[in-house]
Ligand binder design. Structure first.
Ligand code: SAM
Length: 318
């Protein structure tokens, strides 16, 4: 498969993720007043298991991130790798939890689209202006650099260029740094994602890396990409790197990270506020026409499978 076609399929996962999030938000799984500025309302319903999966993912990542901000008293920087249409900057600003600087990186075409929305929608541009001080804010079609928010068009596989662009936007290797990849490394080859993990490990004096991704996807990843590409010739990409939680941990440990924890999303889901979970199960019953049982597992290919021991979707999402 050609690189261009493959990259285009990877970029399309940005739309899948933001549409699923927008849908789950619109039916009440969690609140996000900014997503509507980046994504139109999806025409078709999403399976309740998908919405619950996204809810667990967003809350799980959000909890770790807030713990980091608390520990560093916001005297830190956040680098969101493969950020897509993420709205975190705006939500943190509302909660008065902005780090010293928040960076986002994605492919240039995704970044151009995001910048277009930011420029044309005051609820997005105003918070950036309000948090900006000092010199002129730099903005063009491929990047934006303000005092507290920067968005950079680049390729996570080209680390020298990425480092150069981040430094130009005043990334500070001495500041405690939170790196996050939410459903991103799986779309890179093991070789490329390993280089990224290594680069981060060696770049910052003190850093934390939040990585959310599927494990044991060897036989399912092809399916997702095939759906995206409508082609049967897809390679398996990151699947080798993530056969289990242990292999996930190992790849960080052998590439310069001192401590690594890996959590099954079922555990994360069970640790979320019980009232939210109860509301979301009720929500699932209302939003699905045919009342899925709570012990059914969403298989990612449009089918449910009864599962006595799992009560959360396996997170087959982009
Ligand atoms: N993190 C966002 C979220 O959870 O809503 C988006 C997730 S989406 C599944 C994966 C994102 O990673 C896409 O926006 C894609 O363009 C980006 N991405 C994947 N590989 C990349 C690369 N090599 N360079 C830059 N961005 C990349």
């Amino acid at each position: 498969l050609g690189t261009d076609v493959f990259d285009e399929a990877v970029r399309s996962t940005c739309d899948v993720a933001s549409h699923c999030k927008r849908y789950a938000i619109s039916v009440g799984y969690w609140k996000d007043p900014y997503i509507e500025y980046f994504v139109s309302h999806p025409k078709e319903r999403k399976a309740p298991e998908i919405s619950r999966g996204y809810y667990a993912r967003v809350q799980g990542v959000g909890r770790l991130l807030k713990a980091f901000l608390e520990k560093t008293k916001c005297n830190c920087q956040i680098i969101n790798l493969g950020a897509g249409m993420d709205t975190l900057f705006w939500k943190l600003k509302d909660e008065n939890l902005l780090p010293m600087k928040y960076f986002e990186i994605d492919f240039p075409s995704i970044v151009s689209r995001k910048i277009h929305y930011i420029k044309s929608k005051p609820p997005l541009s105003k918070p950036i202006m309000e948090s900006h001080s000092g010199e002129t804010l730099l903005i063009d079609a491929h990047g934006l650099d303000s005092s507290r928010y920067a968005i950079i068009g680049g390729d996570l596989r080209d680390l020298p260029r990425l480092e150069e662009k981040l430094k130009k936007c005043h990334m500070d290797p001495d500041l405690p740094t939170l790196l996050m990849t939410e459903c991103v490394l799986i779309y890179m080859t093991t070789e490329h994602s390993t280089c990224l993990i290594k680069w981060v490990g060696g770049m910052f004096r003190s850093a934390m890396f939040i990585n959310y991704e599927q494990v044991n996807m060897a036989d399912r990843f092809g399916q997702i990409m095939i759906e995206n590409l409508q082609s049967k010739q897809c390679e398996l990409v990151g699947a080798d790197a993530c056969r289990s939680l242990d292999t996930q941990k190992e790849r960080f440990l052998i590439h310069g990270w001192e401590t690594v924890n890996a959590l099954d999303m079922l555990k994360v889901y069970q640790s979320l506020p019980p009232d939210d979970i109860k509301r979301n199960v009720q929500n699932s019953l209302i939003t699905s026409g045919n009342c899925p049982r709570n012990d059914m597992v969403w298989r990612g290919n449009g089918t449910f499978q009864s599962s006595p021991e799992r009560s959360v979707p396996e997170l087959i999402t982009a």
